[in-house]
Design a protein around this ligand. Sequence first.
Ligand SMILES: Nc1nc2c(ncn2[C@@H]2O[C@H](COP(=O)(O)OP(=O)(O)OP(=O)(O)O)[C@@H](O)[C@H]2O)c(=O)[nH]1
Ligand SMILES: [Mg+2]
Length: 295
Amino acid sequence: MTRSAFVSIVGRPNVGKSTLLNALVGEHVAIVSPKPQTTRTRITGILTRGEDQFVFIDTPGMHTPRTKLGEYMVYQVNEGMADVDVALLVTEPTGEIHPVETALLERLHQNKTPVLLVPNKIDTLPQKEQMMEKMAAFAALYEFAHVVPISAFKGDGVEILLRELAAFAQPGPHYFDADAYTEQPERVIVAELVREKLLINLREEIPHGVAVVVEQMKERENSPIIDLIVTIYCEKDTHKGIIIGAKGETLKKVGVQARRDIEGFLQTKVNLQCWVKVRKDWRNREGTLRELGFR
Ligand SMILES: Nc1nc2c(ncn2[C@@H]2O[C@H](COP(=O)(O)OP(=O)(O)OP(=O)(O)O)[C@@H](O)[C@H]2O)c(=O)[nH]1
Ligand SMILES: [Mg+2]
């Protein structure tokens, strides 16, 4: 008798949702960075364990949008919360409850979705008691199915979370092969790995205005090398200069870091060429957004 659970992962930007997705499926399916609004679309991660198949849906950090891209991201969060068996509300372990979190809970309540509260980053707390105040405030606000404190980064509590989630699995067929771990096409993962390195190496607003597209991905006929051509779009000429860096240093560093990860992912040698182009104000242009894959 097989069972499946569709699990949505929601929360504010930067709370560690994608880190959790990766820890749950044991693969680097979603990019992670110290900057908020790293994830821009829904990302599926799949884990099959015996009879149970978990289908996780990582979502962009919920926020008040200021661009058309932001509106697209919020739409993705709402879609990612629909028709799931259970949701994980990931939150910082301390501090105030944010209005965005209250709004997410209202939405999940309307959808009649059970919610597990997941305070993350507990490794940053010298004492676990420090999170009690916030957890009590959450408990007063909403009837959670469970509270499971974790460190997605260290993997602490992830096994407990999986055990709790198994209770929400519904009898029925598995939707994916037992060895599948994501629905994302190879090209998308490759582009995202380049964007991850841009997020890590660039500062302030610049990485938020970056989009990455794989133009060409071709295996050579006589040797096991993949030639990859990638375009990095940015919003301004000045940003292009910063992305490339003095004597091309920054772009080179991004390329080296990205290539290493892409080779690990594709399990083959890669020749990576990155080009930088300007698409003025693309985050607010419907047509360009579609062209860049935000449909
Ligand atoms: N110390 C610590 N840091 C963590 C933990 N989980 C995530 N982080 C860090 O928090 C930052 C944000 O992580 P992400 O997984 O990208 O967060 P996110 O919620 O997916 O962010 P958005 O996609 O922007 O909404 C990264 O620097 C992570 O390394 C954790 O358990 N402990
Ligand atoms: Mg994310």
